[in-house]
Ligand binder design. Structure first.
Ligand code: PEP
Length: 243
């Protein structure tokens, strides 16, 4: 299985850092699919800097409408025109800070697909939901309502309490959740649900990447903080198993 290693820069980065970061990424192992998700103004510069390489660029969000009077938002078609291949949708910071619902996410996914982008759809429970024993139910509900009827792309399991905290679920918890997600995807999409890659995200670092990436049904990593440093991001990519 080829692992996808995706670096979510969130609201970080600067124009002046693109060339050096893109050059550093050229040392990434060929056995992984690597993609960087910078803020919108850096999409086109990154796409230019990475042109001709196998490393892809993606956006962190798009609007659900194809175009129109949506001040401050960005259309999926423009993201694609800027050279992006992927878009992260339904990240917990979007759900929490911008009130995005599962239905909003599903609409964005459909629009992204229509624009030719590959969505990475995020799901994950809060700490109180996990403590209450509701984690799998919460994630199953998110899956059922955050994906349009026709879907292709990737999923990312990101427990909200693990994002940016330095805490991660146990290997058994990741394995159980990824199995639950796979089972649900098979039900929702009988034809293609078995093949949708499921990334893990939440405090992935060089030190824990090998263990997380070797778990069953972990098809890669969505990396936040550690992706800001090219050496750390590359070390995570290098930790992907050879199989
Ligand atoms: C993320 O925001 O998607 C994420 C996983 O962040 P971090 O790696 O910093 O926990």
């Amino acid at each position: 299985m080829r692992r996808m290693i995706a670096g979510n820069w969130k609201m970080n980065g600067a124009l002046g850092g693109v060339a050096a970061y893109a050059a550093a990424l050229q040392a990434a192992p060929r056995r992984v699919d690597l993609a960087v998700f910078p803020p919108f103004p850096l999409l086109a510069p990154f796409a230019a800097a990475l042109a001709g390489s196998a490393i892809a660029v993606g956006a962190q969000d798009c609007h659900a409408a194809p175009s129109g009077a949506h001040t401050g938002d960005v259309a999926a078609s423009l993201i694609a025109e800027c050279g992006a291949r992927y878009v992260i949708l339904g990240h917990s910071e979007r759900r929490e800070n911008h009130g995005e619902t599962n239905a909003d996410v599903a609409a964005k996914v459909a629009t992204a697909l229509a624009a030719g982008l590959v969505p990475i759809v995020c799901v994950g429970e809060t700490e109180s939901q996990r403590d209450a024993g509701e984690a799998e139910d919460v994630v199953r509900t998110q899956l059922r309502h955050s994906l349009p009827e026709i879907f292709s792309g990737l999923l990312a399991y990101e427990p909200v309490w693990a994002i940016g905290t330095g805490r991660t679920p146990t290997e058994a918890e990741v394995t159980a959740m990824h199995a639950a997600i796979r089972a649900e995807l098979r039900i929702i999409f009988p034809a293609g649900g078995a093949a949708i890659p499921i990334l893990y995200g939440g405090s992935v670092k060089p030190a824990n990447a090998a263990a997380l990436l070797a778990l069953p049904e972990v098809g890669g990593a969505l990396v936040g903080g550690a992706s800001l440093n090219a050496a750390d991001f590359l070390a995570i990519a290098a930790a992907a198993p050879q199989d």
